[in-house]
Design a binder for this molecule. Structure first.
Ligand code: AMP
Length: 282
């Protein structure tokens, strides 16, 4: 595995590979890697000639300085993990490499970034669009791989690719979970033992709500999920929205859309966890 820190050097390498006819698969991450990240790398390796991974904790997508500060970082461990995968190119840039000048671009995603994560983390998706578009420019991928765990992010990235008319195929990968159901996340490392014990209630409640939904309306399903999770003193729901999987607009009844997803954010102390469940899939 080749470690590259300079944007220019990475771009040059990517150009060489493209000219040699290689299909580049790219997996952007913020590090503190886990099986969720590794599953994206495996998927990329199964459909591409070369897998490139980036590790960059992007300051412009954090609306809370303390959250950025607390974000777990362990490059040595990440490199060891990656050396056991089919990742060939690892890009670990500094902030200056990604943003030689402050990125002033403001994206317009209509209503897509006004709800859920976008509502509670203002500016978050603008930062995500800035960093992902810049990373695409440097890494020149044919395909880029994103987890369905960050469901709204996936919708936003697709919108961005469309808006900027980029020639990158966005591939979605399913959520990887701990044996007890908790969605894997770098942030799980910041949970106290008591919070970690409570956290699987989020996924458990979401899964059970699929049965509940079969004989209850959307409002009741929404209320049931929020109430059940909030009963645990270690957990507090920030939002739970049942939305159309493409427009991200709230749906009022189950017949309104053929693609319905429930997206949740929950605080366990200061640790913010997100997850989602598909009620109706396309
Ligand atoms: P992050 O390092 O948290 O920015 O995540 C990098 C990529 O890994 C994003 O596309 C995430 O959606 C994806 N990812 C994170 N956690 C999981 C998971 N548990 N299962 C699948 N993909 C994930």
């Amino acid at each position: 595995m080749e470690l590259i820190e300079s944007a220019e050097a990475f771009h040059f390498r990517a150009q060489q590979l493209r000219e040699a006819g290689k299909i580049i698969g790219f997996v952007p991450t913020m590090g503190a890697l886990h099986q969720g990240h590794l599953s994206l790398i495996e998927l990329a390796a199964s459909t591409c000639d070369v897998v490139a991974v980036s590790i960059f904790v992007n300051p412009t997508q954090f609306n809370d300085a303390a959250d950025l500060e607390r974000y777990p970082r362990d490059l040595e461990k990440d490199r060891t993990l990656l050396s056991q995968t089919r990742c060939e190119l690892l890009f670990v840039p500094t902030v200056k490499e990604i943003y030689p000048k402050a990125d002033k671009r403001v994206f317009d995603f209509g209503s897509l970034d006004k709800v859920m994560e976008g509502k509670y983390r203002p500016g978050h998706f603008n930062g995500v669009a800035q960093v992902v578009s810049r990373l695409f420019e440097i890494t020149q991928p044919h395909k880029a791989f994103f987890g369905e765990k960050d469901f709204q992010q996936l919708v936003l990235i697709r919108a961005m690719v469309h808006q900027l008319n980029l020639d990158v195929q966005i591939v979605a990968a399913p959520i990887i979970r701990e044996p007890d159901g908790l969605a894997m996340s770098s942030r799980n490392a910041n949970l106290t033992p008591a919070q970690r014990k409570s956290a699987p209630l989020i996924a458990d409640t979401l899964f059970k709500s699929r049965n509940f939904a079969a004989s209850n309306d959307i409002d009741a399903t929404r209320a049931e999920v929020i109430e059940k999770i909030n009963l645990d003193p270690n957990l507090e729901v920030e939002y739970f929205e049942i939305v159309d999987g493409l427009s991200l607009e709230r749906v009022d009844n189950w017949a309104e859309s053929d693609y319905i997803v429930g997206c949740i954010a929950v605080f366990a102390g200061k640790v913010r966890l997100i997850d989602n469940v598909v009620y109706k899939s396309r």
